[in-house]
Each structure stands twice: as C-alpha cells, then as structure tokens.
Design a protein around this ligand. Structure first.
Ligand code: GLY
Length: 401
C-alpha cells in the first residue's frame, strides 16, 4: 500500500512538474511584441548612425550630447565587445548585411584580446562579441579565439581564494567584484565546447565563493570583496562604483541577478536558481525600486527620489528576469515577466530612447557608468544598448517563438 501511495505521489509530482514546464512557456503580449519590433527596426537605423561615427580601430563607449562628442576606447577596455555584440544581435533580427560587415570588421580588432591576461572582463569582451558571432555565423576560427580567451581568463583564478581576480590595481590586495559573475558564461561555454572541465570547475568555484561572501542577509550584494591570498580570508567588503560600502549599487545587483540565472542555466544546480530568486525578491520588493522599474543608480542614493536613474541596470535586469521566468513556477515567472515588460515599455519612451539620428547613434540614454569616479554620468552606454536589445530578443522568443 505504502509503495502504491508513493508511486501515486511521484506520478503527481512528475505531472505537476510537467504542467509547470508547459505552463512555464509564458506567452508574450502582442502589443509589446509590436513595440519591440518597432524598437528593433529603429535600433538598426540608429546603429547605422553610430557606425558612421566610430573611427577605424576604435570601439564606441559613450556620447556627450552637450558637445556632440563620441567617446571611444581601444579594444582592451572592458566594454569593447558590446558594440560588435549589439551589431550581431541587430543583424540577427534584421538580416541586414551592413550590420554584419561592420560587426565582422570590429571583431577583427578584438582578436588580440584572446591573449589578454590582464583583465577579468574577457567574458564581456569576447563572449558578447565572438560568442554571438559563433552562434550566428558558425565560424570555426571564432571557437579557437573563444577557447584561448577562456584560457586567458582562467589564469586569473586563485584556488586559495576560490575566485577570479578582478583588478590588478592598488590599494586592493585581491579584489573580486560582483560584475565578475558575468564573465563565467565564457568558461561554461568553454567546457561545453572543449570537454575540458577545468573551466567549469573554476566557474562553479567562483560562483560559490561569491555566493558565500558577496551577499548580505537580505541578498543585496557588496560591490567588491577584497581577499588575502595567503589563506583566502576576507580583508574588506567595499564599494568602488556605488554610493557607499553598505549600499546596493544598482548595476551590481543586476549583474548578480543575471549571473546566478546564467549559472543555473549552465549547471542545473537548484542552489543557483534559489540565489537568483532571492536576488529577484530583494530587488522587486525594494521600496527604492521606482514604480517604473528603472533603477536609481544606487538603491541607497541619498537624494532619492531625485537621484539619477541607470538605464543600463534596468536593461540587464529585464534580460535576466526574462530568462529567470523560464525556470520557476508560472505565477512567479509571470511576476518576473511583468517587471521585465514594464522596463522594456518604459525604456521605449522618448525620455530613454530618443529619435533615430540623435543621441550620437546610441539606442538608450540616461545610464550611469561610474558616478564616484565622475565618469559617464547620465550618459548613453554601449552595454545599456546591448542588454536592452538582448532583452527584447529574449522577449520575442517567449512562447516558443
Ligand atoms: N565594471 C562593470 C560595470 O561598470 O558595471
């Protein structure tokens, strides 16, 4: 009898799980799909404006509307992969080969970065660019470049600390920033592509150490944890880009949410799903998350509600929430999707997404790069554009599209 009851229970649980899986195919809203298609068509035209402005050998960074000046970087800067990555996303949407040609020509500039061992940002730089290139174009040369990038990134892992080192600069000893979660996607891909599990082990160890040490009891995250390499102990928990050491820097929270959602996708380990859900719960119940869901640059900024908004934090959060909505029960998934939808709708308004031909060719305005460093304040940013486009493409795939 006990065995029969147990079997019935297992069948019920499996049926519920299957129903949940089916129900998890949350449906997109037709009106929002139309808005997104319009946004993406505009973005294609807007990036053609940007293409016309970016000098050879450089990557766009931001734009100053007062001086009409495009600011660019060399390829070693952490944002160098976003411009080719966005071009590739927009090519994926439009099949417009002008975007593809520009993406391919900028990818060539990035090729040298595969051997750059001086940055923890190779995931951003190479996976957002070459990763999308490989996915769309299946160029076998891109695979080698990505594997070399993963090898370079792995050299920054210290087993005593259990993390990949972020900056090499003083006064830090062995700093690890929450942003670094994003770079793990390259390592998970590398194990999948090569069969070498060392990349996977580094990524999982980094994710575990960060889960242990970066998060407060309410699941907000510190920006920087500085470690002692002698024994892996913690020297300090600080901020570099947030308002204070104890504050919740908005983009950092979005990186954490996106990061643990991606780690769950890559490992299927439920503890990472739970972590992403906890972070989402923290964010979505925060009294200082504005009603329009476009975060202030720091959720503890002292001048809220007049504090600057950060469209990049919103875009990263929207993209992460759309992915996370697939992995949870339908009711919870719908809540995440509601917020992602609000973000996409609100970023589509003229205040954030000005008309084609303005804003130096960037899609979005009103992001905050590094306020304490007086850099890129209330400005367009390539990564705001990248994750906004990614969020919209992810939304278009809902319901099996
Ligand atoms: N370091 C990445 C960021 O500014 O979010």
């Amino acid at each position: 009898m006990y065995r029969i009851l147990t079997s019935i229970l297992v069948i019920c649980l499996l049926t519920n799980a299957a129903d949940a899986q089916k129900g998890n195919r949350l449906q997109p809203k037709p009106a929002l799909l139309r808005l997104i298609d319009g946004n993406l068509r505009q973005a294609v035209n807007q990036y053609k404006v940007l293409m016309g402005r970016v000098p050879p050998g450089r990557m766009p960074k931001t734009y100053n509307a007062n001086t009409d000046k495009l600011e660019t970087s060399d390829v070693a800067w952490w944002t160098s992969g976003f411009y080719p990555g966005t071009l590739l996303y927009l090519y994926e949407f439009s099949n417009d080969t002008a975007l593809l040609r520009e993406a391919q020509s900028r990818l060539k500039l990035l090729v040298q970065e595969q051997f750059d061992k001086g940055t923890h940002d190779l995931g951003f730089m190479m996976y957002c660019s070459y990763g999308n290139g490989l996915r769309l174009l299946s160029d076998p040369g891109y695979k080698d470049i990505l594997l070399n990038s993963a090898r370079s990134l792995s050299t920054r892992f210290n087993p005593t600390v259990g993390c990949i080192r972020s900056w090499d600069s003083k006064p830090w000893h062995y700093p690890v920033i929450i942003d670094n979660m994003m770079n793990l996607e390259l390592l998970f891909w590398a194990t999948h592509a090569s069969g070498d599990s060392s990349f996977y082990r580094i990524a999982v160890t980094h994710a575990n150490t960060t889960m242990r040490n970066h998060f407060r009891p309410d699941y907000s995250s510190f920006h920087v944890v500085d470690y002692d390499t002698a024994d892996g102990s913690i020297i300090a928990k600080k901020t570099a880009q947030g308002y204070s050491d104890s504050s919740a820097w908005a983009r950092g929270q979005s990186w954490g949410l996106y990061g643990y959602t991606m780690v769950y996708r890559s490992t299927h380990d439920p503890k990472y799903l739970a972590q992403a859900q906890h972070i989402a719960h923290f964010l979505l119940t925060l009294p200082t998350l504005p009603a329009d869901k476009i975060p202030y640059w720091d959720y503890n900024a002292p001048d809220i509600p007049r504090a600057l908004r950060d469209a990049s934090a919103a875009a990263v959060m929207a993209s992460a929430l759309i992915e996370l909505s697939h992995y949870v029960q339908p009711g919870e998934g719908r809540q995440y999707l509601d917020v992602a939808e609000q973000i996409i709708v609100n970023l589509s308004a003229n205040i954030y997404k000005p008309v084609v031909g303005s804003n130096g060719g960037f899609i979005l305005r009103h992001s905050v790069g590094n306020l304490p460093a007086h850099s890129e304040i209330d400005a367009p940013l390539t990564y705001a554009d990248y994750y906004f486009v990614e969020a919209m493409l992810r939304y278009k795939q809902l319901g099996g599209r």
